[in-house]
Ligand binder design. Sequence first.
Ligand code: ZN
Length: 173
Amino acid sequence: MTIRPLIILPDSKLRLVSKPITAVTDEVRRLADDMLETMYDAPGVGLAAIQVGVPVRMVTMDVSKSETEPQPMVLINPEILSASEETSTYEEGCLSIPEYYEEVERPARVRFRYMNLQGETIEQEAADLLATCVQHEIDHLNGVLFIDYLSKLKRDRVMTKFKKVAKREASGA
Ligand SMILES: [Zn+2]
């Protein structure tokens, strides 16, 4: 397993729409292992493949609390089937937008479908943090970031901040 470098805002790759995975190959399994390793190392509760620069529809997640056993999930081609009208608000963060957190309102419960690494199709209900995390990660596969749900003012502010950081790093300062 290898920790892969994370792609950070404003990298334009974060806006790519990722492609479906057609078969669970060794390469897909290796990517899943690397993504889990990268996610736990960060640490984060969810990671989409595009965040390590690979535009395929795969997500890793672990929303278990730190005091319990790890519960790694690998979701291939995940999709939301239905969402509740009721919403909930969580303070979200993103490994591609480090040290920035804002409250986002999303459907409180979702039903979703994905393929696991065994090639089986799974349908599952999610609520609470898992529901938020699934929606946040599937958004990544469509080039959507959680800052897209914020006011234009807040979004412009965070974009400006990260553009400055990127510029500073590029100039080697
Ligand atoms: Zn994210």
